[in-house]
Write a protein that binds this ligand. Structure first.
Ligand code: FNR
Length: 371
């Protein structure tokens, strides 16, 4: 596959569709129910326009930043996506290597087809662990302990999935993990297999294993079992953003799980500002959902995000061309973002501000004051 022909990350979706069995592609691409939120996650970016500044010296543009005190080369990170060996035989290992080469964070899903230890063994790189809280808290404590021992740098606890959203293609396909693959983190615990059911096999697995009673007190409990910072993934409201600060979260991820959980929640780019305002700079706010362009990244940062995560483009790049595909996805986003910053007149991330964008019918403050 000549990655050179691919000029933007959106093109990887069609290439992945050609390569993957229907069951796998449908699993990766689906949203919940009517997929209204799935469309919104993309469309809402179109409602934001730039107010670029001109005649700024942009001969040197620095897009590097820090996340939880760790230096990364760009504010673009890899979101957790389950079961990546369905996309490519090297799965999460290829993704981890590509993220490390790009100098950014790779988040490993609890439901990965590669283990925590295997990902750590891919070499240096910043790894976060996405945590699904199982009913059996011994399993949770073990997982968190393993991530800590393997040098992972943060736990991103997914808070929007007490049950799995209704993804209709998975139900129709009777989705199940192919028999040659396992949920590697649970192999030794006899929970590595997903049974074929009359439904989505993943929905049944989640329903039997994941703790629906998960609540705010558990975020405090997690802090007693690990020294790692805890990010809460799935925040969409000011109310919950404030609770995250109260319970001691190290940061929040504004996310609607790639529109795979509750349909008719807003696009994450639309929910971001509410969360940023509520948090008042006390902890960093990250976001994911529908980020496909460097301009999307710039919009999210202008609204106060400290960084963004990408989900599907990484999986599609992986399916198309393995590690090289993921590298190219990250490179394309990096190049587009750096270009967008230059054209908006920003030389470093701290210069990106709310005044660089306009949303909907919003007028710029200057033009309002002159009316
Ligand atoms: C996900 N996502 C996800 N989130 C999570 O917390 N744990 C997981 O195991 C998974 N698995 C997963 C699989 C696939 C195929 C997708 C597409 C998504 C959600 C993911 O972390 C992220 O929130 C979204 O993917 C971001 O939206 P985009 O970039 O895919 O639009």
């Amino acid at each position: 596959m000549a990655t050179i022909e691919v000029v933007n990350v959106c093109e990887y979706e069609a290439l992945a569709k050609e390569k993957l069995p229907k069951m796998a592609f449908d699993y990766y691409s689906s949203g919940a129910e009517d997929q209204w939120t799935l469309q919104q996650n993309r469309n809402a970016f179109q409602n934001i326009r730039f107010r670029p500044r001109i005649l700024v010296d942009v001969s040197n543009v620095d897009i590097s930043t820090t996340v939880l005190g760790l230096k990364i080369s760009m504010p673009i990170m890899v979101a957790p996506a389950a079961m990546q060996k369905m996309a490519h035989p090297e799965g999460e290992l290829a993704t981890a290597r590509a993220a490390a080469a790009a100098g950014t964070v790779m988040t490993l899903s609890s439901l990965a087809t590669s283990s925590i230890e295997e990902v750590a063994a891919t070499g240096p790189g910043i790894h976060f662990f996405q945590l699904y809280v199982f009913k059996d808290r011994n399993i949770v404590a073990q997982l968190v302990h393993r991530a800590e021992c393997a040098g992972f740098k943060a736990i991103a606890v997914t808070a929007d999935t007490p049950r799995l959203g209704r993804r209709e293609a998975d139900i129709k396909n009777r989705f199940v993990l192919p028999p040659h693959l396992t949920l590697k983190n649970f192999e030794g615990l006899d929970l590595g297999k997903m049974e074929k059911t009359n439904d989505s096999g993943l929905a049944s697995y989640i329903s039997s294993q994941i703790d629906r009673s998960l609540s705010w007190k558990d975020i405090r409990w997690l802090q007693t079992i690990t020294k790692l910072p805890i990010l809460v993934k799935g925040v969409l409201t000011a109310e919950d953003a404030k609770l995250c600060v109260e319970v001691g979260a190290a940061g929040v991820i504004v996310s609607n799980h790639g529109a795979r959980q509750l349909d008719f929640v807003p696009a994450t780019i639309s929910a971001l500002e509410e969360v940023v305002t509520a948090i008042q700079g006390r902890i960093p706010v990250f976001m994911d959902g529908g980020v496909r362009r460097g301009t999307d990244v710039l919009k999210a940062l202008a609204l106060g995000a400290a960084g963004i995560f990408v989900g599907r483009p990484v999986v599609y790049g992986l399916a198309t061309d393995g590690e090289a595909g993921v590298r190219n996805v990250l490179q394309l986003l990096r190049d587009e973002f750096e270009l967008a910053m230059s054209l908006a007149g920003c030389t470093k991330l701290s210069e990106i501000s709310r005044s660089h964008i306009q949303i909907g019918n919003e007028k710029s403050k200057l033009s309002i004051s002159r009316l």
